[in-house]
Ligand binder design. Structure first.
Ligand SMILES: Nc1ncnc2c1ncn2[C@@H]1O[C@H](COP(=O)(O)OP(=O)(O)O)[C@@H](O)[C@H]1O
Ligand SMILES: [Mg+2]
Length: 310
């Protein structure tokens, strides 16, 4: 059995302008020890999927479907059960992790508190915290431990939050855009860091990112999202080395190493998704059929693709 199995997930936001279909019929699974990526342009629904799993979405969100974690449906548990999943079993590293640090508490203490809660004494906990910080490649751990969050760089703060989350030894880590807004050096070391983390094969990870290089380096499998639905899904290397869907091809072409050819146009409005393929307007190979029929996600070449043109 997969550790996480998401089935037919829909998220609709009720807004003043109408119902926005942010996530459409999304299904995927994550095996024990596997790193699964969700990639796609900004606004494609990546964060909403991650947040829906831990029920962190605002009240105007309507969520349908199932998300079975070790057999229990996260989407239908009560609040008390959900509290047990959050943190202990599933860690969520948000897009802006700084907000989850207490600015008035020293960095080391924010980590050691976790060990104290687990029953270790103050001394042991502090030592354990230093070890965590060392493992996270936080520069000069004992010095950084005695400082406050604002005295760390953005990248280091992000690692600290990651360290706090991982100290709880969750079975699944959901990391939302761990490299967003980092300069190239910090980004590189963050990729290295997540690579090391991924090398520990007992942990499963859902990696949400628009950073295709990061996804390529650390994901076992990935799903490409467009307008809230999966358009391609399969082994990360295959999907990215040899993409099948015209959208994935466009994304790969827009990478700096491929000459930065931008994908023209915008995603459709989530308030009025078209009848046919959601990608039709931007697709360079579209046919009349593409405007009529919504394509299904189907097996092709050993992975999944949502396109009527083979
Ligand atoms: N609270 C909300 N109310 C209405 N629409 C929302 C809300 N939160 C997110 N959305 C919409 O859902 C879509 C997906 O957002 P998101 O998952 O954050 O995208 P990304 O792939 O960049 O993480 C976006 O179009 C966004 O505007
Ligand atoms: Mg996001």
């Amino acid at each position: 059995m997969a550790l996480l199995e998401v089935k037919d997930l829909d998220v609709i936001f009720e807004t003043r302008l109408g119902s926005a279909r942010a996530v459409n019929n999304v299904s995927f699974h994550i095996e024990e020890g596997e790193t699964f990526g969700l990639i796609g342009e900004s606004g494609s629904g990546k964060s909403v999927i991650g947040m829906s799993l831990l029920r962190l979405l605002p009240k105007n969100a309507r969520v349908n479907g199932k998300a079975l974690f070790d057999g229990s449906d996260l989407l239908s548990t009560n609040d008390e059960e959900m509290q047990k999943f959050r943190g202990e079993q599933i860690a969520f590293i948000p897009q802006n992790p700084t907000a989850s640090l207490n600015p008035l508490i020293k960095n080391g203490l924010q980590v050691s508190e976790i060990f104290e809660k687990k029953g270790q004494d103050k001394h042991e906990s502090w030592r354990a915290a230093l070890k965590v910080m060392e493992r996270l490649l936080i520069r000069e751990p004992s010095l950084s431990a005695n400082r406050y969050p604002h005295q760390l760089s953005g990248g280091m703060r992000q690692r600290l939050v990651t360290g706090i989350s991982l100290s709880l030894e969750p079975r699944l880590v959901i990391a939302d855009e761990p490299t967003k807004g980092l300069d190239s050096l910090t980004r590189r070391s963050t990729i290295e860091f997540f690579r090391k983390l991924e090398g520990k094969h007992d942990r499963s990870m859902l990696l949400i990112t628009h950073d295709l290089d990061l996804a390529y380096e650390i994901c076992d499998r990935l799903a490409v999202l467009y307008a809230g639905e999966i358009v391609e899904m399969g082994p990360a290397k295959n999907v990215m080395d040899d993409p099948e869907h015209p959208y994935t091809r466009g994304l790969i072409k827009s990478l700096p190493r491929n000459g930065l050819q931008p994908l023209e146009g915008n995603s459709p409005s989530l308030l009025r998704l078209p009848d046919g393929c959601f990608f039709q307007e931007r697709c360079i190979i579209q046919t009349v059929d593409c405007t009529r029929k919504h394509p299904q996600l189907s097996q092709y070449n050993g992975w999944m693709k949502r396109c009527i043109l083979h």
